[in-house]
Design a protein around this ligand. Structure first.
Ligand code: ADP
Length: 305
Protein backbone atom coordinates (compact mmCIF):
# COMPACT_ATOMS: atom_id res chain seq x y z
CA UNK A 1 0.00 0.00 0.00
CA UNK A 2 2.53 2.57 1.26
CA UNK A 3 6.24 2.97 0.59
CA UNK A 4 8.31 5.47 2.57
CA UNK A 5 11.75 6.67 1.48
CA UNK A 6 13.43 8.38 4.38
CA UNK A 7 15.78 8.71 7.30
CA UNK A 8 16.63 6.62 10.34
CA UNK A 9 17.77 8.65 13.36
CA UNK A 10 18.57 7.31 16.82
CA UNK A 11 17.88 10.16 19.27
CA UNK A 12 19.94 10.40 22.45
CA UNK A 13 18.23 13.10 24.47
CA UNK A 14 19.88 14.89 27.40
CA UNK A 15 17.99 17.27 29.68
CA UNK A 16 19.82 20.03 31.54
CA UNK A 17 19.06 23.23 33.45
CA UNK A 18 20.86 25.30 30.79
CA UNK A 19 23.20 24.98 27.80
CA UNK A 20 26.85 24.29 28.71
CA UNK A 21 29.27 27.20 28.21
CA UNK A 22 32.20 26.76 25.80
CA UNK A 23 34.69 24.34 27.39
CA UNK A 24 32.31 23.50 30.25
CA UNK A 25 31.18 20.01 31.28
CA UNK A 26 27.71 20.20 32.77
CA UNK A 27 25.76 17.62 34.77
CA UNK A 28 22.51 16.79 33.01
CA UNK A 29 19.21 16.18 34.78
CA UNK A 30 17.86 13.39 32.59
CA UNK A 31 18.42 11.09 29.65
CA UNK A 32 16.22 9.20 27.21
CA UNK A 33 16.69 7.40 23.92
CA UNK A 34 14.20 7.19 21.09
CA UNK A 35 14.07 5.73 17.61
CA UNK A 36 13.13 8.39 15.09
CA UNK A 37 14.00 9.97 11.80
CA UNK A 38 11.15 11.17 9.60
CA UNK A 39 11.28 8.10 7.37
CA UNK A 40 10.94 5.66 10.27
CA UNK A 41 8.30 7.76 12.03
CA UNK A 42 6.11 7.93 8.95
CA UNK A 43 6.53 4.24 8.11
CA UNK A 44 5.57 3.13 11.63
CA UNK A 45 2.62 5.55 11.61
CA UNK A 46 1.36 4.26 8.24
CA UNK A 47 1.66 0.64 9.38
CA UNK A 48 -0.16 1.30 12.68
CA UNK A 49 -2.91 3.01 10.69
CA UNK A 50 -3.44 -0.26 8.87
CA UNK A 51 -1.43 0.06 5.65
CA UNK A 52 0.91 -2.59 4.33
CA UNK A 53 4.11 -0.52 4.49
CA UNK A 54 7.68 -0.80 3.22
CA UNK A 55 10.59 1.51 4.01
CA UNK A 56 13.58 2.32 1.80
CA UNK A 57 16.67 3.82 3.41
CA UNK A 58 20.16 3.16 4.79
CA UNK A 59 21.43 2.24 8.26
CA UNK A 60 24.76 1.04 9.64
CA UNK A 61 25.84 -2.44 10.62
CA UNK A 62 25.61 -1.44 14.25
CA UNK A 63 23.43 -1.79 17.35
CA UNK A 64 21.21 1.17 16.47
CA UNK A 65 20.58 -0.34 13.05
CA UNK A 66 19.45 -3.56 14.76
CA UNK A 67 17.10 -1.59 17.01
CA UNK A 68 15.47 -0.02 13.95
CA UNK A 69 15.00 -3.37 12.22
CA UNK A 70 13.39 -4.76 15.39
CA UNK A 71 11.05 -1.78 15.79
CA UNK A 72 10.00 -1.82 12.14
CA UNK A 73 9.45 -5.59 12.07
CA UNK A 74 7.47 -5.45 15.31
CA UNK A 75 5.18 -2.93 13.60
CA UNK A 76 4.88 -5.04 10.47
CA UNK A 77 6.94 -2.73 8.24
CA UNK A 78 8.75 -4.50 5.40
CA UNK A 79 12.48 -3.85 5.91
CA UNK A 80 13.76 -5.90 2.99
CA UNK A 81 14.66 -2.68 1.09
CA UNK A 82 16.78 -1.26 3.90
CA UNK A 83 20.46 -1.14 2.94
CA UNK A 84 23.08 -1.67 5.67
CA UNK A 85 26.15 0.46 5.08
CA UNK A 86 29.32 -1.47 5.94
CA UNK A 87 31.40 1.40 7.31
CA UNK A 88 29.11 4.30 8.24
CA UNK A 89 27.03 4.05 11.41
CA UNK A 90 23.29 4.60 11.73
CA UNK A 91 22.24 8.26 11.87
CA UNK A 92 22.05 9.90 15.30
CA UNK A 93 20.42 12.96 16.79
CA UNK A 94 21.67 14.56 20.01
CA UNK A 95 19.02 16.89 21.40
CA UNK A 96 19.59 18.95 24.54
CA UNK A 97 16.26 19.79 26.20
CA UNK A 98 15.95 22.74 28.60
CA UNK A 99 13.41 23.15 31.44
CA UNK A 100 11.28 25.58 29.41
CA UNK A 101 10.90 22.93 26.68
CA UNK A 102 13.34 24.73 24.40
CA UNK A 103 16.01 22.61 22.74
CA UNK A 104 19.28 22.56 20.80
CA UNK A 105 19.89 19.62 18.50
CA UNK A 106 22.93 18.21 16.74
CA UNK A 107 22.17 15.66 14.05
CA UNK A 108 24.76 13.47 12.35
CA UNK A 109 23.27 11.86 9.25
CA UNK A 110 25.92 9.15 8.80
CA UNK A 111 24.43 6.25 6.76
CA UNK A 112 21.40 8.37 5.77
CA UNK A 113 23.66 10.75 3.84
CA UNK A 114 25.31 7.91 1.94
CA UNK A 115 22.23 6.58 0.14
CA UNK A 116 22.88 6.53 -3.61
CA UNK A 117 20.50 6.78 -6.55
CA UNK A 118 21.61 3.24 -7.48
CA UNK A 119 20.38 2.02 -4.08
CA UNK A 120 17.07 3.81 -4.61
CA UNK A 121 16.74 2.33 -8.09
CA UNK A 122 17.41 -1.13 -6.66
CA UNK A 123 14.19 -0.64 -4.67
CA UNK A 124 12.13 0.16 -7.77
CA UNK A 125 9.85 -2.78 -7.08
CA UNK A 126 8.87 -1.40 -3.66
CA UNK A 127 8.56 2.16 -4.97
CA UNK A 128 6.35 1.31 -7.91
CA UNK A 129 4.22 -1.51 -6.45
CA UNK A 130 2.84 0.75 -3.71
CA UNK A 131 -0.19 3.00 -4.12
CA UNK A 132 1.37 5.87 -2.21
CA UNK A 133 5.00 6.98 -1.83
CA UNK A 134 5.90 9.33 1.01
CA UNK A 135 9.19 11.24 0.92
CA UNK A 136 10.77 13.94 3.11
CA UNK A 137 13.92 16.03 2.61
CA UNK A 138 16.23 14.43 5.19
CA UNK A 139 18.05 12.30 2.60
CA UNK A 140 20.30 13.57 -0.23
CA UNK A 141 18.05 15.30 -2.73
CA UNK A 142 19.12 13.03 -5.63
CA UNK A 143 17.75 10.03 -3.71
CA UNK A 144 14.37 11.70 -3.14
CA UNK A 145 14.36 12.85 -6.76
CA UNK A 146 14.85 9.37 -8.20
CA UNK A 147 12.29 7.78 -5.88
CA UNK A 148 9.67 10.41 -6.78
CA UNK A 149 10.46 10.09 -10.49
CA UNK A 150 10.18 6.28 -10.48
CA UNK A 151 6.95 6.26 -8.45
CA UNK A 152 5.39 9.06 -10.44
CA UNK A 153 6.10 7.30 -13.74
CA UNK A 154 4.35 4.21 -12.36
CA UNK A 155 1.22 6.19 -11.43
CA UNK A 156 1.89 6.02 -7.68
CA UNK A 157 0.46 8.94 -5.64
CA UNK A 158 3.43 10.88 -4.23
CA UNK A 159 3.47 12.84 -0.96
CA UNK A 160 6.27 15.21 0.06
CA UNK A 161 6.88 16.52 3.56
CA UNK A 162 9.24 19.44 2.78
CA UNK A 163 11.32 19.03 5.97
CA UNK A 164 13.94 20.17 6.77
CA UNK A 165 12.82 23.07 4.63
CA UNK A 166 15.09 24.52 1.97
CA UNK A 167 14.91 25.60 -1.64
CA UNK A 168 13.14 22.90 -3.67
CA UNK A 169 14.12 22.34 -7.27
CA UNK A 170 11.30 22.64 -9.83
CA UNK A 171 12.29 19.28 -11.30
CA UNK A 172 11.61 17.62 -7.93
CA UNK A 173 8.39 19.58 -7.34
CA UNK A 174 7.08 18.32 -10.68
CA UNK A 175 6.86 14.76 -9.32
CA UNK A 176 4.90 15.69 -6.18
CA UNK A 177 1.12 15.13 -6.06
CA UNK A 178 0.41 16.14 -2.47
CA UNK A 179 2.50 18.53 -0.39
CA UNK A 180 2.24 18.43 3.42
CA UNK A 181 4.17 21.36 4.94
CA UNK A 182 3.88 22.54 8.54
CA UNK A 183 3.48 26.26 9.25
CA UNK A 184 7.20 27.00 9.25
CA UNK A 185 7.76 25.14 6.01
CA UNK A 186 4.72 26.67 4.31
CA UNK A 187 5.91 30.14 5.29
CA UNK A 188 9.44 29.48 4.07
CA UNK A 189 8.24 28.08 0.74
CA UNK A 190 5.88 30.98 0.01
CA UNK A 191 7.28 33.94 1.95
CA UNK A 192 3.80 34.36 3.49
CA UNK A 193 2.92 34.31 7.20
CA UNK A 194 1.05 31.19 8.36
CA UNK A 195 0.44 32.43 11.90
CA UNK A 196 -1.95 34.92 10.37
CA UNK A 197 -4.94 32.59 10.05
CA UNK A 198 -6.48 34.64 7.24
CA UNK A 199 -3.41 33.97 5.09
CA UNK A 200 -3.55 30.16 5.29
CA UNK A 201 -5.91 29.59 2.32
CA UNK A 202 -3.79 31.88 0.14
CA UNK A 203 -0.66 29.97 1.16
CA UNK A 204 -2.19 26.60 0.27
CA UNK A 205 -3.43 27.97 -3.07
CA UNK A 206 -0.06 29.50 -3.89
CA UNK A 207 1.73 26.22 -3.18
CA UNK A 208 -0.83 24.24 -5.18
CA UNK A 209 -0.36 26.52 -8.17
CA UNK A 210 3.40 26.97 -7.96
CA UNK A 211 3.95 23.22 -7.62
CA UNK A 212 1.03 22.16 -9.82
CA UNK A 213 -0.19 19.93 -6.99
CA UNK A 214 -3.24 17.67 -6.78
CA UNK A 215 -3.58 18.58 -3.13
CA UNK A 216 -1.93 20.54 -0.34
CA UNK A 217 -2.38 19.97 3.38
CA UNK A 218 -0.85 22.59 5.68
CA UNK A 219 -0.47 21.28 9.23
CA UNK A 220 -1.01 24.00 11.84
CA UNK A 221 0.14 22.28 15.07
CA UNK A 222 -2.32 22.88 17.92
CA UNK A 223 -4.59 24.73 15.46
CA UNK A 224 -5.25 21.68 13.26
CA UNK A 225 -4.79 21.68 9.49
CA UNK A 226 -5.91 23.24 6.22
CA UNK A 227 -6.81 20.99 3.29
CA UNK A 228 -6.90 21.99 -0.35
CA UNK A 229 -8.05 19.26 -2.74
CA UNK A 230 -7.76 20.37 -6.36
CA UNK A 231 -9.01 17.03 -7.76
CA UNK A 232 -12.09 17.25 -5.57
CA UNK A 233 -12.39 21.01 -6.03
CA UNK A 234 -12.75 21.98 -2.36
CA UNK A 235 -10.87 23.53 0.53
CA UNK A 236 -11.52 22.99 4.23
CA UNK A 237 -10.19 24.13 7.58
CA UNK A 238 -9.97 21.25 10.11
CA UNK A 239 -9.91 22.17 13.81
CA UNK A 240 -7.45 20.40 16.12
CA UNK A 241 -8.63 17.83 18.64
CA UNK A 242 -8.37 18.85 22.28
CA UNK A 243 -5.96 16.37 23.85
CA UNK A 244 -3.54 16.28 26.82
CA UNK A 245 -0.39 17.18 24.88
CA UNK A 246 2.95 16.30 26.50
CA UNK A 247 5.38 16.00 23.56
CA UNK A 248 4.79 17.23 20.02
CA UNK A 249 7.86 15.52 18.50
CA UNK A 250 6.75 13.40 15.57
CA UNK A 251 3.23 14.88 15.30
CA UNK A 252 3.77 15.89 11.69
CA UNK A 253 5.10 12.43 10.84
CA UNK A 254 2.17 10.68 12.53
CA UNK A 255 -0.11 12.96 10.51
CA UNK A 256 1.68 12.23 7.25
CA UNK A 257 1.99 8.47 7.77
CA UNK A 258 -1.71 8.31 8.57
CA UNK A 259 -2.58 10.43 5.53
CA UNK A 260 -0.57 8.07 3.30
CA UNK A 261 -2.28 5.00 4.77
CA UNK A 262 -5.78 6.38 4.15
CA UNK A 263 -4.94 7.54 0.60
CA UNK A 264 -3.59 4.05 -0.12
CA UNK A 265 -7.03 2.76 0.84
CA UNK A 266 -8.65 5.19 -1.63
CA UNK A 267 -10.00 7.67 0.93
CA UNK A 268 -10.69 11.18 -0.41
CA UNK A 269 -8.05 13.70 0.74
CA UNK A 270 -10.41 15.42 3.19
CA UNK A 271 -11.29 12.16 4.95
CA UNK A 272 -7.64 11.12 5.01
CA UNK A 273 -6.75 14.50 6.55
CA UNK A 274 -9.48 14.26 9.22
CA UNK A 275 -8.18 10.90 10.44
CA UNK A 276 -4.57 12.17 10.18
CA UNK A 277 -5.59 15.16 12.33
CA UNK A 278 -6.71 12.70 15.01
CA UNK A 279 -3.54 10.61 14.63
CA UNK A 280 -1.35 13.73 14.93
CA UNK A 281 -3.21 14.83 18.06
CA UNK A 282 -2.87 11.40 19.71
CA UNK A 283 0.86 11.27 18.95
CA UNK A 284 1.33 14.36 21.15
CA UNK A 285 -0.09 12.53 24.18
CA UNK A 286 2.91 10.20 24.50
CA UNK A 287 6.67 10.72 24.49
CA UNK A 288 8.93 9.66 21.69
CA UNK A 289 9.10 9.88 17.92
CA UNK A 290 8.23 6.68 16.03
CA UNK A 291 6.81 5.09 19.17
CA UNK A 292 4.23 7.85 19.68
CA UNK A 293 2.20 7.04 16.53
CA UNK A 294 -1.29 5.77 17.45
CA UNK A 295 -3.10 2.82 15.92
CA UNK A 296 -6.11 3.12 13.64
CA UNK A 297 -8.71 2.18 16.24
CA UNK A 298 -7.52 4.90 18.65
CA UNK A 299 -7.51 7.54 15.90
CA UNK A 300 -10.98 6.55 14.75
CA UNK A 301 -12.29 6.66 18.31
CA UNK A 302 -10.97 10.21 18.76
CA UNK A 303 -12.40 11.24 15.40
CA UNK A 304 -15.87 10.00 16.24
CA UNK A 305 -15.85 11.44 19.76
P1 ADP B 1 5.26 19.16 12.81
O1 ADP B 1 5.39 18.12 13.86
O2 ADP B 1 5.77 18.75 11.47
O3 ADP B 1 5.74 20.53 13.21
P2 ADP B 1 2.55 20.10 13.36
O4 ADP B 1 3.10 20.69 14.61
O5 ADP B 1 1.85 21.00 12.41
O6 ADP B 1 3.68 19.32 12.54
O7 ADP B 1 1.57 18.91 13.78
C1 ADP B 1 1.01 18.03 12.85
C2 ADP B 1 -0.41 17.72 13.18
O8 ADP B 1 -0.50 17.08 14.46
C3 ADP B 1 -1.32 18.94 13.28
O9 ADP B 1 -1.81 19.30 12.00
C4 ADP B 1 -2.42 18.41 14.20
O10 ADP B 1 -3.29 17.57 13.47
C5 ADP B 1 -1.65 17.53 15.17
N1 ADP B 1 -1.21 18.28 16.36
C6 ADP B 1 0.02 18.80 16.59
N2 ADP B 1 0.07 19.43 17.79
C7 ADP B 1 -1.16 19.28 18.33
C8 ADP B 1 -1.77 19.68 19.59
N3 ADP B 1 -1.07 20.37 20.50
N4 ADP B 1 -3.07 19.36 19.79
C9 ADP B 1 -3.78 18.66 18.88
N5 ADP B 1 -3.27 18.25 17.69
C10 ADP B 1 -1.99 18.55 17.42
Amino acid sequence: DVCVLGSFMKDLVASAERRPLPGETLHGTGFAEFLGGKGVNQAVAAARMGARTAIVGTIGEDRYGEEFLELLSANGVDTSWVVRHPSLGTGVGLPLVLPDGGNSIIIVSRANAAITTAEVEAATEALTASKVLSVQLELPVEASHSALRLASAAGVTTILTPAPVGPVDASLAAYVDILVPNEVEAAALTGLDCEDESQVPAIARKLAEDWDLRGCVVTLGSRGAYVLDRDGGYEERIAAHQVATIDTVGAGDAFCGSLAASLAHDAPLIEAARLANAAGALSTTTNGAAASAPDRAAAQTLLSR
